[in-house]
Design a protein around this ligand. Structure first.
Ligand SMILES: Cc1cc2nc3c(=O)[nH]c(=O)nc-3n(C[C@H](O)[C@H](O)[C@H](O)COP(=O)(O)OP(=O)(O)OC[C@H]3O[C@@H](n4cnc5c(N)ncnc54)[C@H](O)[C@@H]3O)c2cc1C
Ligand SMILES: *[C@@H]1O[C@H](CO)[C@@H](O)[C@H](O)[C@H]1NC(C)=O
Ligand SMILES: *[C@@H]1O[C@H](CO)[C@@H](O)[C@H](O)[C@H]1NC(C)=O
Ligand SMILES: *[C@@H]1O[C@H](CO)[C@@H](O)[C@H](O)[C@H]1NC(C)=O
Ligand SMILES: *[C@@H]1O[C@H](CO)[C@@H](O)[C@H](O)[C@H]1NC(C)=O
Ligand SMILES: *[C@@H]1O[C@H](CO)[C@@H](O)[C@H](O)[C@H]1NC(C)=O
Ligand SMILES: *[C@@H]1O[C@H](CO)[C@@H](O)[C@H](O)[C@H]1NC(C)=O
Ligand SMILES: *[C@@H]1O[C@H](CO)[C@@H](O)[C@H](O)[C@H]1NC(C)=O
Ligand SMILES: *[C@@H]1O[C@H](CO)[C@@H](O)[C@H](O)[C@H]1NC(C)=O
Length: 598
């Protein structure tokens, strides 16, 4: 055993997290129905006139921005040599993308059907607005948010909320819309003794963050306080937006729960334009919904208060690469690996495994494991892996290498492995790239029988054989995630799961719509193999198939009726709309009109 993990495995985890990529050709936006029951978009006569926009702009301290597609400076109508050069350099930087009001993390969401503004196309080719909002409000205070909500509501215009643009359904943008851009709400304050307003509960340590704070910033600040926090593996994801509102899984969730389980309070601007506090003691139903019911649905969160935890020590970190020489030994390998997960979970392990990846040059019969075990020493960690590692060593058709090393803190894990060996992630440059994704929560009960574990392994291998896809196993459930299912709106399937299996497959910038649809169909077909093995389970709304069948049950399970009831109470007119969000079955595919009027 080497005291340090080899250089080549540093940055692997950062790369693994970048395997997550983006989804699907969305249905073409239709901008042509000028019907009174439809929302107004920018190409319609009902869109407010310039003087109305000017008046609105004055009411928000001049914070209205005209938004252009990020590649606009590289095309004739807005050509600017210097600006274009910067766009080219930064095109795949996730930080740069979150700094642009019009950019999504995966550029395919900036297109609407074949209407797009590509970086790869020549200067004289057209640059269309696509799905990029027409205006954004660069909000910095709750009152800016309130004004934007009231204006959109009064004018009946399509409204979206953009934080970082990571959403895998492209929900943070829409053609012809006004965007509330939360990115610059960067307030952060720590509490030693936080008690949610009007509650009488024991004080806990916590941090309150503005809606624009990203995990990279928050991790750094929390480490300075000598604490840890349940946050994303993708460090450019937002800390108060779509992540905690949908669940928010973390490599340390099995120790402390999902991010949604750790939110103590939200401040929210409602559809009526009111600024309210939601916690366990006031606006309780709204608070329940905002912990699992999904972003962009129940209101605009302006701040979230997360619980913080004491630091982790003696973190054991296991990195193993194991090759099989043929299908049957690979099947045997995956089965023997999967079958120990209930006992790994009981010991406190969590982390990620990866099957097949072009960017990591992993072959189709390689298993890469990157697991952590908080607050335990290396010898204990090794003893819990021994049954599996002994099996690998003795098997003539398996070749494996790797080690378990000791890290002194979560901060060390974070800087060495989530950020590729740097102290800060600000220089990491891979953003989500265009592609499609699907996933399934694998219930703990599946592991009760070796036969069903073998069927799972067979399904995973079949997926890799049939489709040019990668599979990321997020071993981030079990332990503290397996808590009472009605405490908040998180999909009950999370409470019963051990793993989230994520299937992804990409395409290159500028791929035809045909090709994009084929990749999306393949990723759905691949996921069907996992769905068939896990009846009654579900998936994670934030890392799901854009075309998820029976999405209400899959995303929300038995919580759906309660979520629908809350939605109709807090947003009766449906000001906040997004693809496969609670209540969205009422609206057309582009979400602008009632479904019946199509
Ligand atoms: C590279 C990468 C890594 C990821 N890693 C993880 C991970 O480790 N764990 C995990 O659980 N997920 C992960 N995700 C998924 C991530 O949780 C979702 O993409 C999430 O929706 C991002 O939220 P955001 O606010 O940052 O992004 P946005 O795209 O800006 O917003 C997402 C949704 O929330 C809404 N929203 C944003 N802000 C607000 C607000 N203030 N109030 C109300 N609604 C709001 C938006 O309208 C949109 O519907 C990852 C995604 C990517 C691309
Ligand atoms: C809003 O007002 C500010 C300040 O007057 C101005 O700089 C900005 O261009 C205006 N926005 C729009 C879209 O007109
Ligand atoms: C763009 O310029 C190239 C080379 O100058 C030319 O061949 C092409 O026809 C032009 N395309 C359009 C759409 O104008
Ligand atoms: C948005 O507002 C922030 C200050 O809150 C400012 O620093 C930034 O430049 C603004 N961005 C744009 C594009 O106007
Ligand atoms: C952030 O802090 C500033 C200055 O203290 C304040 O004006 C603003 O309202 C705060 N924003 C939020 C979202 O609390
Ligand atoms: C696995 O196979 C790849 C390519 O075939 C090879 O480069 C790598 O060294 C192998 N790893 C192990 C642990 O045998
Ligand atoms: C395993 O072996 C491969 C190829 O020989 C090497 O690239 C990799 O760094 C090794 N992994 C570990 C964890 O030592
Ligand atoms: C990240 O950017 C740096 C500097 O721009 C570049 O040298 C490096 O190759 C990039 N890394 C990746 C993985 O794209
Ligand atoms: C879709 O899957 C089929 C086989 O199942 C494969 O041949 C094809 O290449 C895949 N298409 C894309 C675009 O990935």
């Amino acid at each position: 055993m080497s005291p340090r993990v080899s250089c080549s495995s540093i940055a692997i985890l950062a790369l693994v997290l970048q395997i997550l990529i983006l989804a699907d050709a969305r249905p073409r936006a239709s901008l042509d129905h000028d019907h009174p029951s439809c929302l107004c978009t920018a190409l319609q006569s009902c869109w407010p006139d310039p003087s109305a926009w000017d008046t609105f702009n004055s009411s928000i301290d001049g914070r209205l921005i005209e938004v252009l597609p990020p590649a606009a400076p590289c095309h004739e109508s807005h050509f600017d040599e210097q600006a274009c050069q910067i766009v080219r350099e930064k095109w795949s930087s996730p930080f740069w993308r979150s700094d642009q009001p019009g950019a999504m993390q995966a550029s395919n969401w900036e297109a609407s059907g074949d209407q797009s503004c590509l970086i790869s196309s020549p200067r004289n080719s057209s640059c269309s607005q696509g799905s990029v909002p027409v205006y954004a409000v660069n909000v910095s205070t709750p009152s800016h948010v309130q004004s934007a909500v009231k204006f959109a509501s009064a004018k009946n215009i399509r409204l979206v909320i953009k934080n970082t643009g990571h959403d895998f359904f492209g929900k943070s943008t829409a053609a012809g819309s006004l965007s509330i851009w939360t990115h610059h709400m960067k307030n952060m304050s720590f509490h030693h003794d936080f008690v949610a307003k009007r509650c009488s509960v024991s004080p806990v340590s916590a941090v309150t963050v503005g809606a624009g704070v990203q995990w990279e910033e928050l991790y750094q600040a929390v480490f300075k306080q000598g604490k840890v926090i349940v946050g994303a593996g993708g460090v450019t994801v937002g800390a108060a937006g779509g992540y905690p509102q949908a669940a928010g899984h973390s490599p340390i969730s099995p120790a402390f729960g999902l991010a949604a389980d750790n939110v103590l309070e939200y401040e929210v601007v409602t559809a009526a334009g009111d600024l309210v506090v939601a916690n366990g003691c006031q606006n309780k139903e709204l608070f329940w919904a905002l912990r699992g019911g999904g972003g962009g649905t129940f209101g605009v969160v302006v701040s979230a208060t997360h619980r913080t935890h004491p630091p982790l020590t003696n973190l054991a970190f296991a990195v193993y690469t194991i090759n099989a020489t043929d299908r049957s030994s690979f099947l045997d390998l995956l089965t023997n690996f999967a079958v120990i997960h209930p006992s790994l979970s009981e010991a406190g392990w969590s982390g990620y495994f990866l099957l097949s990846s072009q960017s990591l040059q992993l072959s189709r019969q390689t298993l890469l494991v990157l697991y952590i075990l908080p607050n335990k020493d290396v010898s204990f960690a090794k003893s819990t892996l021994a049954p599996f590692l002994d099996y690998v060593e003795k098997h003539p058709k398996l070749q494996g290498n790797g080690s378990v090393v000791s890290l002194s803190s979560f901060q060390e894990y974070y800087s060495q492995f989530l950020c590729g060996g740097q102290n800060s992630c600000v220089n990491s440059n891979g953003s989500a790239s265009p592609g499609a994704l699907s996933s399934r929560l694998i219930p703990k009960s599946l592991f009760d029988s070796r036969k069903s574990v073998e069927q799972l392994s067979d399904a995973l291998i079949s997926i890799l054989e049939r489709y040019p896809a990668s599979i990321l196993g997020a071993f981030v459930a079990g332990g503290a995630v397996a808590r009472p299912r009605d405490e908040n709106a998180v999909n009950p399937a999370w409470r019963r799961a051990l793993l989230l299996a994520i299937i992804s497959s990409g395409w290159s910038d500028g791929a035809s719509l045909e090709e994009q649809r084929e990749v999306a169909r393949n990723v759905s077909a691949a996921n069907k193999l996992l769905i068939d093995l896990t009846p009654g389970s579900g998936t994670y709304i934030n890392e799901a198939d854009f075309n998820e069948p029976d999405w209400q049950q899959s995303f929300f399970g038995e919580h759906y009726p309660r979520l629908q009831a809350i939605k109709s109470k807090v947003d009766p007119s449906g000001l906040f709309r997004c693809h496969h969000c609670v209540g969205s079955e009422k609206w057309s595919d582009d979400l602008n009109c009632p479904r019946s009027s199509e």
